[in-house]
Design a protein around this ligand. Structure first.
Ligand code: AMP
Length: 129
């Protein structure tokens, strides 16, 4: 069965899209640690980061760097953190999280955002790409 992220990439489930190329897709995390929290996903569905072939791993990092720089330019923060967990969704994804404090990195404090706030945030990031 395709992962929820494969369904998002296919347009079967809605998302607040940030960027896409031939191999990768970026969209806002629906339960963000901070405004601008973004997920970067390889289109190829693989569960664990270290099981990616090396070109896909390196390509995901390059794609995440580009998206992360746009987040840093669009969202007031001290820096953008990058982390990979994957305990919830078994399809590799890089979390890019605008950080102001360690709380933003813990996945315990969540930002409440309305659909309008998500759309505005996605637009701001897209404009910096
Ligand atoms: P993890 O697999 O532990 O790295 O976490 C999965 C992340 O995916 C969580 O931060 C969720 O909020 C996020 N997530 C799950 N479903 C969706 C969705 N439909 N759209 C955007 N983000 C999602």
């Amino acid at each position: 069965m395709p992962s929820i992220f494969t369904k998002i990439i296919a347009g079967e489930i809605p998302c607040y899209k940030i960027a896409e190329d031939d191999n990768f897709f970026a969209f806002l995390d629906i339960n963000p640690n901070a405004k601008g929290h973004t997920l970067c996903v390889p289109k190829k569905e693989v569960d664990k980061l270290l099981d990616l072939d090396e070109p896909t791993f390196m390509g995901l990092m390059a794609f995440s760097r580009k998206v992360g720089k746009a987040i840093e330019a669009a969202i007031p923060c001290d820096r953008v953190g990058l982390t990979v967990i994957g305990l919830e969704v078994p399809h590799v994804h890089v979390h890019l999280i605008p950080l102001k404090s360690m709380e933003n990195a813990t996945f315990q404090y969540k930002e409440r955002m309305t659909p309008a706030m998500f759309e505005e945030t996605a637009q701001k990031i897209r404009q910096k790409l």
